[in-house]
Design a protein around this ligand. Sequence first.
Ligand SMILES: NC(=O)c1ccc[n+]([C@@H]2O[C@H](COP(=O)([O-])OP(=O)(O)OC[C@H]3O[C@@H](n4cnc5c(N)ncnc54)[C@H](OP(=O)(O)O)[C@@H]3O)[C@@H](O)[C@H]2O)c1
Length: 277
Amino acid sequence: MPTQGRPETIAFIGAGNMANAIIGGLIGSGYSPSRIRAADPSPRAREALKALNVQQVFEDPCAAVTDADMVVLAVKPQVMAAALEGVKDCLPPQCLVMSIAAGISAASLDRLLGSRQCPIVRCMPNTPSLVYRGASGLFANPYVSQQQRQYAEATMASVGTTLWLEQEDKLDAVTAVSGSGPAYFFAFMEAMIDSGERLGLSREVATELTLQTALGAAHLAAEQPVSIDTLRRNVTSPGGTTERALQAFEREQLGATVDAAMQACFDRAQAMATEFD
Ligand SMILES: NC(=O)c1ccc[n+]([C@@H]2O[C@H](COP(=O)([O-])OP(=O)(O)OC[C@H]3O[C@@H](n4cnc5c(N)ncnc54)[C@H](OP(=O)(O)O)[C@@H]3O)[C@@H](O)[C@H]2O)c1
């Protein structure tokens, strides 16, 4: 995990789920809470951060960003314009801005910050970041320096793996794969649990077996030096039980279903950007 090269001070605008995950990861990997500032209108969110030993938590966003090297925008897309209105006049010059909001382009963010050619990194994380097993896609606009790229990468590496994209529109594909991806696996697991119950297992047993199987399969795929299709073929004996299950997937067009779902997700990500503009 490249924890070196993290900024001296990081300010978070919005202290909800994702901000808490990133802050938890930063602190858990040795970043001092005294280097973190945050602003959130919700007293409950501010109290929650104090429980993580982050003391510099404010209602006023300007109080959080004044001496920051990097500002993380961790608010919902629908309040982004209002949040940026509150910080644009107090943002330090050349401070790196990293947005984790879906569907708001770097150009739109710069415009909302007063068209100052602000160094902006857009990041698409996912919810496993909450347990430090996230996957984040990152895109930097041309004003981001090499050191600032490192700031963004080292920060997100605190909660999982990171991957740079050279074209901003690739973030919509990242949204379709890893941003929304955890929900696909949850839906598949729910279906397996329902089916296990129909086949006579208790819900508890079906849930435990499904979760452990998902975890085990993911570990196997990540750790074995063979392709995923080889792993699939290895458990598929001719004429056996797994083969029958996979034939049913094929008959019911699992591949086409997944493709349609991911295309719909991608289209929505693109439409959100247009709606925001
Ligand atoms: N959760 C995910 O899986 C995920 C994955 C990828 C990307 N993201 C992105 O991450 C961002 C944050 O998501 P989240 O799940 O962490 O949301 P969240 O839990 O709702 O947190 C957002 C926080 O921002 C606060 N807030 C509202 N207006 C503000 C303002 N003007 N200034 C400062 N703070 C303000 C909210 O307070 P109130 O509750 O009082 O409004 C809330 O505490 C979103 O843009 C989302 O698209 C999330």
